[in-house]
Design a protein around this ligand. Structure first.
Ligand code: C2R
Length: 184
């Protein structure tokens, strides 16, 4: 894989690392060079401006940004950079059940897009970043195709846990139930 850093992972606080490390794990496994740091719109506003303005000039392609509570970081980054920003709402200690983080990242004004993943779902943020990179990179796209296949195989190999006879009135799934041709 090209060794130029292509994904920036930024979080509002070191306390976000246990969640955000899942994004780093996915990128690491995929062999994608990334950087990871703390930037806070609230606590380090100048650092935010510098990072947001320079990211694309430094060769980054996608930003993953996690924050909890009044989570302004992903939106503020998106206001400074032309790069795609993926926001990860975090259930932080100061959060109201994560709802504040979700809404702060999700409900952006028109004109400043942030792609928002589920609460604490840094893994999906990294997978989405890989899909974005995969648009222009066949190798990364193939990795995502392989990932989907592996995921499907894992589900199919677990069918017996659910389908094995257990209840009196349980019927077996008929062979044609998942046929791709229309039974009509
Ligand atoms: P501390 O644990 O440091 O008090 O942080 C962080 O992302 C973290 O989840 C608590 C939470 O505050 C968040 N934070 C933001 C921003 N900066 C820090 N939401 C920001 O600029 O949006």
């Amino acid at each position: 894989m090209d060794q130029c850093v292509s994904v920036g992972i930024v979080m509002g606080s070191a306390s976000d690392l246990p969640i955000m490390s899942a994004a780093a794990d996915v990128l690491d496994q995929a062999g994608i060079p990334f950087e990871i740091t703390i930037v806070s719109a609230h606590r380090t506003p100048e650092r935010l401006m510098q990072y947001g303005r320079a990211a694309h000039k430094r060769g980054l392609s996608v930003l993953i940004s996690g924050a909890g509570g009044a989570a302004h970081l992903p939106g503020m980054l998106a206001s400074l950079t032309p790069l795609p920003v993926i926001g990860v709402p975090i259930l932080s200690a100061n959060s109201l059940h994560g709802v504040d983080s979700i809404l702060s990242i999700l409900q952006m004004p028109a004109g400043v897009p942030v792609a928002t993943v589920g609460l604490n779902n840094a893994k999906n943020a990294a997978l989405l970043a890989l899909r974005i990179l995969g648009v222009a990179n066949v190798e990364i796209r193939q990795q995502q195709i392989d990932h989907l296949m592996l995921q499907q195989e894992a589900v199919l190999s677990s069918l017996s846990k659910v389908e094995s006879p257990r209840w009196t009135h349980q019927q077996p799934i008929p062979p044609g139930a998942f046929s791709t041709t229309d039974p009509q």
